[in-house]
Ligand binder design. Sequence first.
Ligand SMILES: N[C@@H](CCC(=O)N[C@@H](CS)C(=O)NCC(=O)O)C(=O)O
Length: 218
Amino acid sequence: MDRPQLYGWAFSNYVRAVRILLLEKKVDYHFETVTFQDLTVDDFTRLHPFRRVPVLVHDRKIIYESQAILHYIDESFDGGSFQPKTPLERARMHQWMSVTVSYIQPIAIGQIFVQRVYIPENGGQADEGTIKRAVTAIASHLDVVETALTQAYLVGDSITLADIFMAPVLLSMKLAPEGEQLINSRPRLKTWLEQLAKRPSFVETAVPVPKFGLELVA
Ligand SMILES: N[C@@H](CCC(=O)N[C@@H](CS)C(=O)NCC(=O)O)C(=O)O
């Protein structure tokens, strides 16, 4: 089998989730860093018709969309399975991955991280009203996760794709003081995130907040 090539930038949480899985499974891969500028080049649509990252190229096949990539990697390479065995548990795993993109990521990253961390880091001023509303909006979503975390991981006592997909998003949100407070006031969520953040795959893929400029969030 070919050595897979992953296209993306390290700070993307979607890209990070893919890198975490590749590291967890000890898959030898090549990371090709692309920039926002690269996405605008006509040729990029050969890799991703919607001009996004991550993209995985393996055995001359192109796979895009992070959840599809995660499943492909998990099922194509040795290194243990990161999907539970029963249909109900697998449904739960998909449920949490869908919750991540539908309800958590747009607020945790799109509002709290962007306003409190990314914009100031790139020389701009946070919109306090947006942050306030975002904190209120995400609190009840996080309560749902807190209640569900009765075991070590989102689905039972083994790490699955759901943990690998959701945790990077919440770790980015936690860089904001409001995000940290949202996590630390929920003991199960706090412990779950702390345990995951200590794993070598998470440590190795942690990168500083990028300075891509304010036009990115204009
Ligand atoms: N649904 C896509 C989302 C990918 C995505 O939005 N990636 C961001 C980086 S985190 C991106 O490529 N942004 C570039 C842009 O919005 O132009 C997936 O799950 O892979």
